[in-house]
Design a protein. Structure first.
Length: 295
């Protein structure tokens, strides 16, 4: 019946107006619509609730009910708040090292290997860097093959050591290889598992400690919705990462995970993945994301 949140809120508030005096309670009712929209977009329930409480204060402060189109003003307030919440300094990746080392973290299937390739391609093309990809997944030979396929496609060198079962040693050897061969960016792709477990966390913590990357990125599948919060927190507790990569935004998801993650770990979302191709990478724009989440 209604095509977007703005219409829904206008309608709700007009109905309320027709019933005489409008109170804080009525605003709270309409904010339930906002909360529902956020939860539909996969924003974590508690975060959506805290968020609408803040919006409520703002809405009452701005006398939202005396305007002609209260729904639209409400949506503007919501959008501004969302944009602010997802904002923060996302000024790209830190390339100050020589070589600059970038460590990729995240669950298996989140899109780490694909994004490692995309980032290497992006840095090569836009920033005229000479990246090296390093394959540190010692559990799945297919993952090493996959990184080689990606490297070949974008014409970026890949360092791997198939017999070696020690990811820390491989990462260190990769960096040494980069130094010896004039690579000024090293992207270290690591193993992930299907859920957070101690072994994986210990392993990535050890790699992180040994190579001391300039930039640690947490890659998360935007389709994982509510679960993304727990995963992001677990990785951030261990790695204190620098930024988030939200992948698979070409799918159906509204991308509410962006808000949940930003609220929980307070780290900038730096890039988004919008497809399987190497070119499907975009810088993250909070305001575009807010539009998407609001529908
Ligand atoms: P990893 O296990 O974290 O290294 O994840 P992969 O890079 O292997 O990605 C898992 C699957 O997701 C692969 O089939 C990728 O092609 C796919 N994938 C990765 N990023 C994206 C994206 O942004 N959009 C879509 N549609 N698929 C993606």
């Amino acid at each position: 019946m209604f095509d977007n949140l703005s219409d829904k809120l206008d309608k709700a508030l007009h109905v309320l107006k027709g019933h005489g005096s409008i109170t804080e309670v009525n605003v709270a009712e309409t904010l339930k619509e906002v909360r529902r929209a956020l939860i539909d977009a996969d924003v974590n329930f508690k975060i959506a609730k805290d968020f609408t409480n803040r919006v409520k204060e703002k809405a009452l402060g701005q006398n939202v009910l005396t305007t002609l189109q209260p729904g639209q003003l409400m949506v503007k307030i919501v959008k501004d708040e969302l944009t602010e919440l997802m904002g923060g300094d996302a000024s790209g990746v830190n390339l100050s090292g020589n070589p600059s080392v970038i460590l990729m973290s995240g669950l298996q299937g989140s899109g780490k290997t694909t994004f490692s390739g995309k980032l290497a391609n992006f840095l090569k093309t836009k920033k005229t860097k000479k990246p090296l990809l390093v394959a540190c997944d010692v559990y799945r030979p297919a993952a090493i093959d996959q990184l080689h396929v990606v490297g070949d496609a974008i014409k970026v060198d890949v360092f791997s050591d198939r017999g070696n079962q020690d990811p820390v040693a491989i990462a260190e050897a990769g960096i040494a290889f980069a130094k010896a061969n004039g690579h000024n960016v090293v992207i270290v792709d690591t193993a992930g598992r299907l859920a957070v477990d101690t072994e994986m966390m210990d392993e990535i913590a050890n790699i992180h400690k040994a190579i001391q990357p300039q930039e640690t990125l947490f890659v998360v599948d935007s389709m994982t919705g509510q679960d993304a919060v727990n995963t992001a927190k677990a990785f951030n507790d261990i790695l204190n990462f620098d930024g988030v990569i939200l992948t698979k935004l070409d799918g159906d998801t509204r991308g509410g995970a962006a808000i949940s993650i930003k609220s929980v770990v307070d780290k900038p979302i730096k890039f988004i993945g919008t497809g399987e191709k190497m070119e499907a990478i975009d810088v993250f724009y909070p305001s575009r994301m807010a539009d998407r989440i609001l529908g």
